[in-house]
Design a binder for this molecule. Structure first.
Ligand code: ZN
Length: 125
């Protein structure tokens, strides 16, 4: 979680994004990737980058468990666009807020059938 927040704060002008991978439902690996839209209000992962990340996960025997991105300005809750573009119903969608004093800088949601439900994040050290 600290690594995710550090990344979100690194370039607060853009949404950062990437995939989260691990084993047995526990996220162990952050796979960051450039936001192909280089935008502060939207993100997208280029198909070639996405393909490379899935290949990397396969090679390392990791499961794809989540997707993360940041909301530099607004609330870190899923936007309409996030809900519409949620193609992985099994994945946890992490949304980060790089803002200082954000109440809950890391939130996770399950998004399926056009509905978002907040998930509880359990930290395992
Ligand atoms: Zn978003």
């Amino acid at each position: 979680m600290k690594a995710l927040l550090a990344e979100a704060r690194l370039e607060p002008g853009f949404e950062c994004c990437g995939l989260l991978a691990g084993r047995g439902g526990v996220i162990t690996t952050v796979l960051s990737v450039p936001n192909s839209l280089a935008s502060a209000t939207a993100f997208d992962i280029a198909p070639a980058d996405l393909f490379a990340l899935f290949q990397k996960m396969r090679e390392q025997g990791l499961d794809h468990l989540g997707i993360y991105h940041s909301h530099p300005d607004g609330e870190n809750a899923p936007s309409r666009r996030d809900i519409a573009a949620a193609y992985y119903p099994e994945a946890a969608y992490f949304i980060l807020s790089p803002r200082v004093g954000a109440e809950k800088p890391v939130r996770a949601f399950s998004i399926r059938d056009g509905r978002a439900e907040e998930l509880e994040i359990e930290e395992v050290e």
